[in-house]
Design a protein around this ligand. Structure first.
Ligand code: ADP
Ligand code: MG
Length: 376
């Protein structure tokens, strides 16, 4: 094991250099000695060494500078200074520059062996450490690539499914317009089910598509007038939900930096949930509150609906996670997953609090002045 470690010694005191080299050789190390620092540096550039022994007071050369050059060439190199009593302070100071240790002249064999073994142990550790960091960053890179591939794949599938849903929706729509009145009641119900299912399929697919894009796509940051976005989201949700009504109260919100269409998607999702889960009330209410704290805004979307059991809410923001029975409240569980991704990509976070039958509060915290959009 030991012989694979290579030692380079730089000392312009020829007899001393020879003595040190032969001591190390006798101890079984592969040793190369140089009295000329320029030649030594050439060797360090062209070959791999594990330990450098270097005389601090080389004539005409700054030993420390040479050490730094050597360490630039190989940051994992173990360096040991050879010094005399007179320069001990300089040697100690040199430890700051990454020098591992020093040996005092005249050299004692036992001390030399101890220092050499320690230098080799340190070299081994440093090499292992560097390898670990390299492995870690390689697997990080691979993971990122795989994530991108997965998002790309999901996007591809969602895109194709979207086209299929549109075809079904299109033909079901034509059939409804042209033949609805010719159909008996049962057939009309079938047609209605096809219409509903294809609309739901199309919504699911577009949510999946958004989710995949949010994983890797770029965000378009601009100044966003949040109150306009919120009003637009409310109008969209009311239009889509048609028969569902609520008493709305929306506070004044600050303008923030963000991706307008994605922020709109956040509120569309939160409002459509609030509207859906509050329909069990005689008077459904939806309240939007805002609180500006230094450089962030905290926005609460509060409803008086069915609420949920916080004990079961752990995966609330994960894809397809639903806390209610689909027979009571329809949906596919992608809305909050998208909301979370969007909020986090704006450098914010979201949490939800509730109790069964006590309504729900979704609190988003968003930076007001977003720095550069965090693209992945
Ligand atoms: N305002 C709310 N009140 C009560 N439960 C909610 C509310 N918003 C979301 N949830 C719970 O979180 C689940 C996930 O929400 P979401 O991802 O929007 O999916 P979906 O609306 O399609 O069910 C819902 O199914 C519901 O169980
Ligand atoms: Mg939803």
């Amino acid at each position: 094991m030991l012989e694979q470690f290579r030692i380079i010694v730089v000392d312009d005191d020829q007899p001393h250099l020879e003595a040190l080299c032969s001591q190390l050789q006798e101890a079984g190390f592969d040793v190369n000695g140089f009295s000329d620092s320029t030649v030594a540096l050439e060797q360090l550039t062209s070959q791999r060494f594990d330990v450098l022994f270097i005389r601090l007071q080389l004539t005409g050369v700054d030993g420390i500078e040479l050490v730094q050059r050597a360490q630039q060439l190989d940051p994992d190199l173990s360096t040991v200074l050879i010094t005399d009593q007179g320069s001990i302070k300089t040697a100690i100071d040199a430890l700051k520059f990454g020098v591992l240790d020093y040996v005092l002249m005249p050299l004692k064999l036992s001390e030399l062996m101890q220092v050499t073994n320690r230098a080799i142990q340190m070299r081994k550790l440093r090499l292992e450490n560097t390898q670990l960091i390299r492995d870690l960053s390689n697997s990080n890179l691979r993971l990122r690539e795989m994530n991108h591939e997965l998002d790309h794949f999901a996007g591809r599938v969602a895109h194709d499914l979207n086209s299929l849903c549109h075809i079904i929706q299109g033909f079901a729509g034509s059939l409804t317009r042209r033949a609805y009145n010719k159909l008996d009641e049962q057939e009309q119900r079938y047609l209605l089910r096809i219409n509903e299912a294809s609309a739901r399929g199309s919504q699911l697919v577009s949510d999946l598509l958004a989710f995949a894009r949010l994983g890797s796509g770029e965000l378009q940051f601009n100044q966003v007038v949040l109150n306009e976005v919120v009003e637009k989201a409310r109008a969209l949700v009311e239009l889509k939900e048609g028969l569902r009504k609520a008493d709305w109260s929306i506070a004044i919100l600050p303008d923030i930096d963000g991706d307008e269409s994605l922020l709109e998607l956040v509120f569309v999702n939160l409002f459509s949930n609030a509207l859906k889960f509050s329909q069990i009330r005689e008077l459904p209410t939806i309240v939007v509150e805002a609180n500006v704290l230094d450089d962030v805004v905290e926005i609460k979307v509060i409803d008086n609906g069915a609420g949920f059991d916080p004990e079961r809410a752990e995966g609330l923001f994960k894809p397809f996670h639903r806390l209610h029975n689909p027979h009571d409240f329809e949906g596919h569980g992608m809305g909050l997953a998208n909301v979370k991704r969007i909020v986090e990509r704006h450098g914010g976070y979201i949490k939800a609090t509730s109790a069964p039958d006590k309504g729900a509060v979704f609190t988003l915290t968003l930076p007001i002045r977003g720095a550069t959009p965090p693209n992945r």
